[in-house]
Ligand binder design. Structure first.
Ligand code: MN3
Length: 233
């Protein structure tokens, strides 16, 4: 994957970011969000994440967040043109009538757009790079980081996410409920795992810990490093 420049990173985080990634947005006047293509085949993360789960998760769950976000923003063209991370970072400025819809569905679109790119078929084999060094110095060791991150993921009651995020140059592990994202807490997300049951139930049923443990094998450290570099620039 090529290195993202600043403009592309901002595009990634806009409400219409998915269209921009596909490179086909210019002709439409309205900046509706569209489903990004997966950066790999649906079965590419097997056996850790099964193809059926990926297909349903991407084409139904992610698509539903997008449809509902577009519905919520349909009468708010100025918000539709606002980068999604800005909306999520300033939810208080979103009209109350659509705030919950933007928080949940905008969050769902934002989180999943990142999540697909935070995974790769070759995840386990990558060098963890500069963010790996920051992890080691912040958490003492990668194993310590993993333990704390897994505790956040398995300890999240109900649906939500566990994140490695950065704020003021400091790495932190945070859990968020539903489709909330660290940007709403003033942080930049670097790595996140979806612990909604829809992300793992077909293969792992109630064994969330087994899913999270397998998920490390598909983490895209190259992308995490791009986000880390961007957050520090
Ligand atoms: Mn999900």
């Amino acid at each position: 994957m090529s290195r993202l420049n600043r403009r592309e990173m901002l595009a990634l985080t806009s409400a219409a970011g998915a269209t921009v990634i596909l490179g086909a947005s210019a002709s439409t006047a309205r900046a509706e969000a569209t489903l990004p293509t997966l950066p790999y085949a649906v079965d590419a993360l097997e056996p850790h994440i099964d193809a059926r789960t990926m297909e349903i998760h991407h084409t139904r769950h992610h698509q539903a967040y997008i449809n509902n976000l577009n519905k919520a923003l349909a009468d708010h063209p100025q918000l539709q043109a606002t980068p999604l991370d800005k909306l999520l970072a300033n939810l208080n400025e979103v009209p109350e009538s659509i705030r919950a819809a933007v928080r949940n569905n905008g969050g769902g679109h934002f989180n999943h757009t990142l999540f697909w790119r935070m995974m790769t078929p070759n995840g386990g084999q990558q060098n963890r790079g500069p963010v790996g060094q920051a992890i080691d110095s912040t958490f003492g060791s990668f194993d310590n980081f993993k333990k704390t991150f897994e505790a956040a993921a398995t300890g999240q009651f109900g649906s939500g996410w566990a994140w490695l995020a950065i704020a003021n140059g400091k790495l932190q592990i945070v859990g968020t409920a539903n489709q909330d994202n660290p940007v709403s807490l003033g942080m930049v997300p670097l790595l996140g795992v979806d612990v909604w049951e829809h992300a793992y139930y077909l293969k792992y049923q109630n064994k969330r810990a087994d899913y999270v443990s397998a998920w490390w094998n598909v983490v895209n450290w190259e992308f995490v490093n791009q986000l880390y570099t961007e957050a520090n620039s």
